[in-house]
Design a protein around this ligand. Sequence first.
Ligand code: GDP
Ligand code: MN
Ligand code: MN
Ligand code: MN
Length: 259
Amino acid sequence: MELTPVTDLPEIRPGDDLAALIAGRADDLGLGLEGAVLTVASTVVSKAEGRTANLEDYAVSGRAEEIAARIEEVAGEEKDPRFAQAVLEESTELLIEAPFLLTETRFGHITVNAGIDRSNVPDHDLLLLPKRPTESAERIRRGFEDRGYDDVAVIVTDTSGRPFRHGQRGVALGWAGMPASRDWRGERDRDGRELGVTVQSVVDELAAAANLVTGEGADGNPAVVVRDWEFGDLEGSDELFRSVEDDLIRQALREWRFE
Ligand code: GDP
Ligand code: MN
Ligand code: MN
Ligand code: MN
């Protein structure tokens, strides 16, 4: 497989048509979009969708005051209660409130600060994640299709931390034109043993690979074309975010919080 950045995209503005901009640049660069997977950083999807905010937009609730005070107490670092308020408004559940905020976003992704970003955001204090990243991915995919590029799969990515390990990596927030995962159950290993549990989250793996190409700073490469990667003929599934009933770690966190 081959991963190539779509270079020289402009600073993305509210209302920009990402499919048009990316397709135009991909053409100039001679990157064949047809049949490829296109990853796009949620940062630019959010910018195009106008998901910016300023701290002064937020009316601070008692809960946000409480959280900011707890973080100051536990982490010894100043926390703006308006930022805590922004995180609360993007979230459906608070999993950890100090020393950092871990929440479930409205679309089911669990991440620190509801994925609110303060880097690569000119003119505003905050960049919120896209409201519904799978719908964003589908809109971009359709934009390609309307321009005559068939069979383009789109993955909206973000950089995110993980439990148990240091460091961050790319993850998929939304996807279109391909399933989220590929089911190896029932396949055989080299000894003929049947695989019982392996469901490979291919959208996350592609997001992580693409994140190596985008970088995290000033590179200016939010989109990556992945060519010569095949989903293959295994079964696919669109399950990515675990529900709480299906997630022992979250259940344990709930118990720990309410002890
Ligand atoms: P995130 O992982 O979605 O939070 O995005 P990052 O902030 O890590 O940015 C990913 C890549 O996109 C980096 O190479 C940034 O320099 C680039 N980037 C961010 N915003 C823009 C933009 O508006 N235009 C362009 N051309 N690149 C951008
Ligand atoms: Mn960022
Ligand atoms: Mn981000
Ligand atoms: Mn990033």
